[in-house]
Design a protein around this ligand. Structure first.
Ligand SMILES: [Zn+2]
Length: 126
């Protein structure tokens, strides 16, 4: 979910929490795919029929493909959330993640936010 949509819909803290939960769900999927991949490689020694080996090779390819996609998605979501969180401190008073969305420039993917503590405005890059 885009940062601007997430802030409008849930607020920054909830958006950040949801991004972290989603990214770690992808990490769990990566671990499951690694286990499936190891199981499929291990099972390959048990098969003598070429059709079973072909099916097992297909399982290895599918596990590896889904695992690679999941680890990329995990890293993307985690880095996106951390990139936004590193900009969530108010430069004037240092309050973390207590701001309201003032505006968004879709072309530059920059959000203008206002601190709820001291009313200072600053920009956050998406
Ligand atoms: Zn402030």
């Amino acid at each position: 979910m885009q940062l601007v949509d997430g802030i409008r819909r849930f607020g920054f803290r909830k958006w950040y929490e949801r991004e972290l939960l989603c990214s770690h769900a992808h990490l769990a999927l990566t671990i499951l795919c690694a286990l499936a991949l190891l199981g499929a490689v291990e099972a390959n020694e048990l098969f003598s029929d070429w059709a079973d080996r072909l099916f097992d090779a297909l399982a290895v390819l599918v596990s590896a493909g889904i695992g690679l996609w999941a680890v990329r998605r995990y890293l993307f979501l985690l880095m996106h959330a951390e990139h936004a969180a590193n900009q969530a401190d108010c430069p004037a008073c240092g309050t973390y993640a207590r701001f309201t969305l003032v505006g968004a420039q879709p072309a530059s993917q920059t959000l203008t936010v206002r601190c709820r503590n001291c009313s200072h405005q600053w920009s956050i890059e998406d």
